[in-house]
Design a protein around this ligand. Structure first.
Ligand code: HEC
Ligand code: HEC
Ligand code: HEC
Length: 534
């Protein structure tokens, strides 16, 4: 049966790639949820956020900015021309949030406790705001998305109700989304001394917000082209050109702000230093801001399919690079180098693949792109990638310009990234000395409540168990010595503490003295005070 089905399915190239990504992704998911974050990521106590936060969550959420920008343009400022753009952007936003939540489920230590933020309020925490924004805005997006679904199902009453709710929902969406885009930036504001000055800025929340708006425009252009290629559905060229113009304005604004901010803080020279961070920063700006801006400023490029596609694609890449730089590169000088584990990469690819699949399904089955444009237009044969199509068309200056600029920028970016990574490798030979932990920060000596048969009170000193140069608290506290279940305070814990999972895990006669022989080292303490904790 199964074999028959297997051979009957038409395995196109992309389906095979998709199947491979899903298989590896599911296996990584299994590792993540059975063996934990330690086994499935390259994260550590000093580097708690990596690819999953930097890419899946930050970029997923940034994707959604198009949703509120465009719906505000249409419903609040009444620029009705842009109405056909609303649906694809809402779809992107909704998918972006769903994927961000999925990414979060991987990254949170205890994802099933995610509802705690609803009940156990901690209004002083940025995380609290983030949690609420995610939940509320996802709900709003689901509601904003619902008319598309109702229309398809022909539920007329529901469609009318949903349409009636549009304007209040859009307003709510704008507020929540603005809050959320910028609060993600705020998360990094607590790291002034750890973050590299090229990215750490008091304006970070604002930068996140502005670049997310740019990404929103770029993503709409980008998706319109992809869905045209695959389904023959897309937006009208004049709308895309207008989006390109808007994108140019946003990018210009962003670039100006960035320069002003860097020079105000005296960090501008750092961008041109031959350091890992300097190089990565240049790559980000070159790919995501400078080249697309230069291209979009040229009218001919802006009104050309391929030109727009290239500029939008580069903006998307650059924004991704920016989020990764903020979340990881910026911290590496203080927290040591981070390179994601293969499982992290596999899960990320899995999530992206799900995103593409979701977008494809929605575009194919729901009225996302305006139906008037269903028929593929003459301008470009649907069956070819824009690049192929471009190559077949007669020579055209704007196309040559777009491709040339893209190739040059990509080569330059590759070269810069390569030289940046070389400087990083040199650096990891002599890693920056992390500040040792101060002895005073360790808890005072802990005395275990002796059981009735105890040969003598046992004192536990953190000072003899923690390497202040490289403190690793998780060896004990991530496992059996869970501080919510204080073994030291229960006299019935008794000889269970000899167990190989507790004190016996190290006091086994090999790594340290043994619980089976050296009784007096632990039990021989009796009354005399030892250390400050007595
Ligand atoms: C070798 C194992 C081990 C390591 C490593 C370790 N601890 Fe502990 N810690 C313990 C034990 C055992 C207790 C007592 C647990 C109990 O009461 O059940 C404890 C208790 C504590 C307490 C409660 C103190 C009190 O006075 O009630 C704190 C706080 C604590 N640890 C912090 C840390 C920090 C911070 C680090 C890393 C710098 C660390 N621990 C590393 C074993 C360890
Ligand atoms: C992560 C490994 C590890 C665990 C778990 C651990 N120890 Fe130790 N402990 C050590 C090492 C290493 C030393 C250093 C002694 C040596 O050089 O052999 C040490 C030393 C000691 C000493 C002698 C130094 C001093 O502070 O007086 C005592 C007592 C002691 N441990 C008690 C305990 C008790 C009680 C527990 C369980 C609550 C425990 N240890 C759990 C690794 C561990
Ligand atoms: C690494 C430190 C360590 C060593 C070594 C060690 N113990 Fe213990 N032992 C403990 C701790 C901690 C407890 C729990 C607190 C208590 O009951 O005093 C305990 C509890 C006990 C108890 C149970 C008390 C009760 O009433 O439940 C007995 C008995 C005991 N130890 C005997 C020994 C003997 C005998 C040795 C040597 C062969 C030994 N221990 C070596 C840490 C140690």
């Amino acid at each position: 049966m199964l074999a028959k089905w297997f051979f009957n399915v038409r395995w196109s190239w992309w389906r095979l790639v998709f199947a491979a990504i899903v298989t590896v992704g599911l296996y990584s998911t299994y590792i993540r949820f059975t063996r934990g974050l330690g086994a499935s990521t390259a994260l550590r106590d000093t580097f708690p956020w990596g690819l999953w936060i930097g890419f899946d969550v930050l970029c997923g959420v940034a994707l959604a900015a198009g949703g509120f920008t465009v719906s505000a343009t249409v419903y609040v400022f009444h620029l009705d021309r842009f109405k056909p753009v609303v649906r694809p952007t809402i779809l992107t936003a909704f998918l972006g949030y769903l994927l961000a939540i999925l990414g979060l489920a991987y990254d949170l230590g205890h994802p099933y406790r995610i509802w705690h933020a609803l009940i156990m309020w901690n209004p002083r925490s940025v995380m609290f705001e983030v949690a609420w924004c995610v939940m509320l805005y996802t709900t709003v997006l689901a509601l904003e998305f619902s008319p598309i679904l109702f229309e398809r199902l022909r539920w007329e009453r529901a469609t009318r109700v949903a349409h009636g709710l549009t304007v209040p929902l859009v307003m709510l969406g704008v507020v929540l989304s603005m809050l959320h885009q910028s609060s993600l930036g705020s998360l990094f504001l607590i790291l002034p001394s750890k973050h590299h000055p090229l990215w750490y800025s008091p304006w970070l929340p604002f930068f996140f917000f502005v670049s997310a708006v740019g990404l929103g425009c770029a993503m709409t252009i980008f998706e319109s082209f992809l869905s045209f290629r695959v389904f023959g559905k897309r937006l009208e060229m004049h709308l895309l050109s207008d989006l390109g113009k808007a994108l140019a304005v946003v990018l210009g604004f962003y670039l100006t702000l960035k320069i002003v901010d860097l020079s105000n803080r005296g960090a501008l020279p750092k961008a041109f230093e031959s350091s890992y961070e300097g190089r990565m920063f240049l790559v980000e700006m070159l790919l995501g801001v400078v080249t697309p801006l230069a291209l979009l400023l040229i009218t001919r490029v802006r009104s050309d399919q391929l030109g727009l596609f290239v500029a939008a694609g580069m903006t998307v890449l650059g924004t991704v690079m920016n989020r990764l730089n903020v979340a990881t590169t910026g911290l590496e000088s203080q927290a040591g180098a981070y390179f994601p584990a293969w499982t992290e990469v596999a899960v990320t690819a899995f999530i992206i693949a799900l995103g593409f699949a979701g977008f494809g399904l929605a575009v194919r089955h729901l009225p996302v792109f305006p139906s008037a444009e269903l028929a593929p237009s003459r301008e470009m044969p649907a069956a070819h990638l824009p690049f192929v199509a471009a190559a077949r068309q007669p020579f055209n200056l704007s196309k040559a310009l777009a491709i040339g600029a893209a190739v040059l920028a990509t080569l330059a970016a590759g070269g810069l990234a390569f030289s940046g990574i070389r400087t990083l490798q040199n650096r990891s030979d002599s890693p920056p000395k992390a500040k040792p932990m101060a002895q005073e920060m360790l808890p005072l000596e802990i005395r275990f409540a002796p059981g009735p048969k105890s040969p003598g009170t046992v004192a536990f000193a953190h000072t003899s168990h923690v390497d202040l140069e490289k403190p690793d608290c998780a060896v004990c506290h991530a496992g059996e010595f869970d501080l919510r279940n204080r073994l030291s305070q229960s006299s019935s814990a008794g000889a269970r503490l000899h167990d190989v999972r507790l004190c016996g895990s190290c006091h086994d006669g090999e790594r340290s003295f043994s619980v089976k022989e050296d009784c007096e080292i632990c039990h021989g303490v009796e009354a005399p005070a030892r250390g400050p904790g007595a």
